[in-house]
Design a protein around this ligand. Structure first.
Ligand SMILES: Cc1cc2nc3c(=O)[nH]c(=O)nc-3n(C[C@H](O)[C@H](O)[C@H](O)COP(=O)(O)OP(=O)(O)OC[C@H]3O[C@@H](n4cnc5c(N)ncnc54)[C@H](O)[C@@H]3O)c2cc1C
Length: 501
């Protein structure tokens, strides 16, 4: 039985190259998985959790949950304003998508490709951070993802230390402490057990709105095609032999073309991918238990010795907040990656001696869980170049570029239904416009950290923060809110050349 996993109504703009496979032999799929719709767990009953005394190990002004690129910039912004700040991160290094995720480098400077939008560069802490990363790499950033993914955590750690920000690694936020609707702290889990951290304001930079979710705030959960992926790298390739084989291939037959179209495999791997598939040795598109598709993208060999950057593409009918779905996918995905390299060894000239030398441990979604915010930006807002008085930065969409961009409102970072919390980065980005892109995530991080620090130091809830004060504070830190004319309209002080330093 064939099943087309392509959903309706998913915006393809966010799925660069990640159209789900059209081929799915899911004859072994448990039918129940299709019916359930939400998590895959089969709940057997419930247990009560007895009240427990949990030690409070920290009291901070600003707690940043998640040490990805957004959390790093948010924590720097808060720490530099004098707020006692702590970042909590489950991995053993900072960087998230650009650290353990290894998807680093390529678009660190995406914003700078839009010189008309950012005539003075990205501005603020993001610019400073990016420049330090670039300097460490003798300005070769973007040339090697793996190299970049080590520099990002290093620079982040050093900059946070310089700003006096605390870092707690190997620790995940697992629950929250609340007084009424106000979040007053979080619970973390690590090798010491369960620990409490009191916070005046928390910033949810978990990428999947975990803090907001656990605080009972409404969240948006995408149940289809979350566009996930894992980075992996291959070494030991004979790049010249591979190039000769690739360029010397006979043209594909009409039958091959049709097969390729149906199976959506990397075209440069034809005819070998088809041969291995039909020999029953390796399927380059796979289905996980009838609910997810696994596919592969690979780059050309690069460098000396040559290495090949690859990533999986994972889509289907599940949501990335489902722990059981993630575990099942990852179990098959890891073997899929390993067996892909074995297939390359056996079938693809130049890859005979190739070996898998790294697989990222980070498995996240482009379209994951996010907060239900006070004001989400829509595709219509982007297309119309919407204007808001509480603008905190200007967003320029790759696909729907409009002159002057669109104002991102501060309310986009404020979750409904809970106080004492701001969301930032992927946690605050509903799927649609590509807010998840790094320059946007970084700018959002600076705003979230600044707002959290001001709220904590002024003793107000983030939703009641004086937006004018926030905007002026951001401008003083050389954050780019928008063009001068726009700032004047809002009664803000455009940066002077002296202020720009
Ligand atoms: C597969 C993939 C590829 C991408 N490629 C690109 C690209 O090429 N260019 C681009 O501009 N953007 C890309 N993105 C988007 C990218 O995610 C954003 O640009 C940016 O990295 C988002 O930053 P973030 O800090 O919000 O999320 P992340 O970088 O994911 O950071 C989230 C952090 O929170 C931590 N965390 C998670 N749960 C908890 C918890 N319970 N408690 C504490 N911490 C927690 C995670 O460990 C992680 O370090 C990609 C995203 C994905 C998923």
């Amino acid at each position: 039985m064939r099943q087309d996993l392509t959903p309706e109504g998913i915006d393809p703009m966010d799925s660069k190259g990640v159209a789900p496979a059209k081929t799915a032999d899911e004859s072994s799929a448990p039918a129940a998985l299709w019916r359930r719709g939400a998590d895959l767990w089969d709940v057997k009953g419930h247990v009560e959790r007895p009240a427990k005394r949990i030690p409070v190990v920290e009291e901070v002004d600003v707690l940043v949950a998640g040490g990805g690129i957004t959390g790093i910039i948010a924590a720097l912004a808060a720490g530099r304003l004098g707020a006692r700040t702590l970042v909590v991160e489950p991995f053993g290094s900072l960087g998230g998508n650009m650290g353990p995720g290894m998807f680093a480098g390529g678009s660190l400077h995406l914003a700078l490709k839009n010189p008309e939008a950012f005539p003075d560069g990205l501005g603020g802490i993001p610019q400073e951070f990016n420049e330090r990363v670039v300097d460490h790499e003798e300005r070769r950033v973007g040339s090697d993802y793996l190299r970049d993914s080590k520099t990002v955590p290093y620079v982040a750690t050093r900059m946070l230390e310089e700003a006096g920000v605390g870092i707690l690694l190997f620790s995940a936020v697992v629950d929250v402490v609340k007084e009424g609707d106000r979040l007053t702290g979080i619970l973390v889990e690590n090798k010491s057990g369960t620990l409490a951290i009191r916070s005046r304001v928390a910033v949810d930079c978990t990428g999947t709105a975990d803090v907001a979710d656990r605080a009972g705030a409404p969240v948006v959960e995408l149940e289809e095609n979350p566009s996930m992926g894992v980075f992996f790298g291959i070494m030991g390739v004979d790049a010249e032999r591979w190039a000769r084989a690739r360029d010397g291939r006979p043209d594909l037959t009409a039958d091959d073309e049709a097969w390729l179209e149906e199976h959506q495999v990397p075209p440069q791997l034809m005819p070998w991918a088809r041969q291995a598939w039909e020999a029953g040795e390796f399927r380059i598109v796979q289905i996980v238990d009838g609910f997810a598709t696994l596919e592969i993208t690979l780059m050309e060999p690069k460098g000396d010795p040559p290495s090949v950057n690859c990533r999986t593409r994972v889509n289907g009918r599940f949501h990335p907040g489902d722990g059981l779905a993630l575990s099942r996918i990852q179990q098959q995905q890891w073997c899929f990656i390993y067996e892909f390299v074995e297939f390359m060894n056996r079938y693809v000239p130049g890859y005979e001696e190739a070996y898998l030398y790294v697989v990222s441990p980070y498995f996240q979604a482009r379209g994951g869980k996010s907060i239900e915010s006070e004001r989400a930006l829509t595709l219509e807002d982007v297309a119309a170049g919407a204007r808001f008085d509480d603008v905190i930065y200007t967003y320029y969409d790759d696909k729907r570029y409009v002159e002057g961009g669109v104002d991102v409102p501060y309310r986009m970072l404020i979750p409904k239904g809970v106080d004492g919390l701001i969301a930032s980065g992927r946690s605050a980005m509903k799927r649609g416009p590509q807010f998840r892109q790094r320059y946007s995530a970084q700018q959002m991080g600076q705003v979230a950290g600044t707002a959290a620090a001001l709220s904590a130091l002024e003793g107000v809830s983030p939703r009641d923060l004086d937006v004018h004060l926030l905007q002026e504070t951001l401008l003083a830190a050389r954050h780019h809110i928008g063009p001068r004319e726009r700032l004047r309209q809002l009664g803000l002080t455009p940066p002077t050349p002296a202020r720009e330093g």
